[in-house]
Design a protein around this ligand. Structure first.
Ligand code: ZN
Length: 156
């Protein structure tokens, strides 16, 4: 993984950004792609068992209510991948509602799941300098370092 070129890493990130477009989240669409013994993918969503994607009540949820019910892309990927996560690489990409790619890192909750699943490398597009998630992302990256997970950010 480490020997891969920047363009290889961007290919994985762009695949995750493509998957992010499956998300119906009105604010940030996040996608994740796993490359290991097999491929897996995830995107942020409210499970259809709670609200069907066409349920108009979703639009009435507050931001906090929506976040509380949302399965993050990273966890969705881990559920999809099953036991294929050991030593694998997770690419994460996000897009704004207009489709513009944006840098991101996993939240602390997802970092805990990623560490538990035995992921070896996490690859993201470089984070923006300013974000309300900045401190949370920094904590996730500290946890990855402690757990021996390579966190790779790819700049422009
Ligand atoms: Zn998360």
């Amino acid at each position: 993984m480490i020997a891969e070129t920047k363009s290889d890493l961007l290919l994985g990130i762009e695949a995750a950004e493509t998957v992010s477009r499956y998300s119906l989240d009105p604010s940030k669409k996040v996608g994740a792609v796993l490359r290991g013994h097999t491929w897996a993918r995830g995107f942020n969503h409210i499970p259809a068992g709670i609200y069907h994607p066409s349920d108009p009540r979703i639009a009435e949820l507050t931001r906090d209510e929506r976040l509380d019910l949302t399965v993050h892309a990273e966890l969705h990927l881990l559920i999809d991948a099953g036991k294929a996560t050991q030593g694998a690489t997770m690419f994460i990409g996000a897009t704004e509602p207009d489709g513009t790619p944006v840098g991101i890192a996993p939240c602390r909750r997802c970092a805990v799941h990623i560490i538990s699943a035995g992921i070896a490398h996490v690859v993201c597009r470089q984070r923006p300098a300013e974000s309300r998630w900045r401190d949370e992302w920094a904590e996730s990256i500290r946890m990855f370092k402690k757990a021996g997970i390579a966190f790779v950010e790819v700049g422009a």
